[in-house]
Design a protein. Structure first.
Length: 88
């Protein structure tokens, strides 16, 4: 991106974070303020749908531990997928 575009984006996002945004947006008209029911937390599914349970905690204990920071810092080799992988 060029510098002009960067400055415009920063200006746009910064203006939303300022307190003056309440002067530009009528928050009395938000769904929450108008008592509109929010969407469900979980997507509904049909009773016939195939469900796969997550593994129990005790089944995961042998996987091993890795420090989160070290996990992100550790370089990974690119994964090469062979076409035969997808053929059963």
């Amino acid at each position: 991106m060029d510098k002009k575009m960067d400055k415009e984006l920063i200006k746009t996002y910064r203006s939303f974070l300022k307190d003056s945004v309440r002067k530009a947006i009528d928050f009395s008209q938000t769904d929450q303020n108008r008592k509109i029911t929010p969407p469900p937390v979980e997507k509904t599914y049909t009773p016939e749908a195939k469900r796969i349970d997550l593994p129990q905690y005790d089944q995961l204990k042998d996987i091993g531990e890795i420090d989160l920071k070290k996990g992100y810092q550790k370089p990974r080799k690119p994964q090469i997928i062979q076409p035969s992988t997808f053929i059963d």
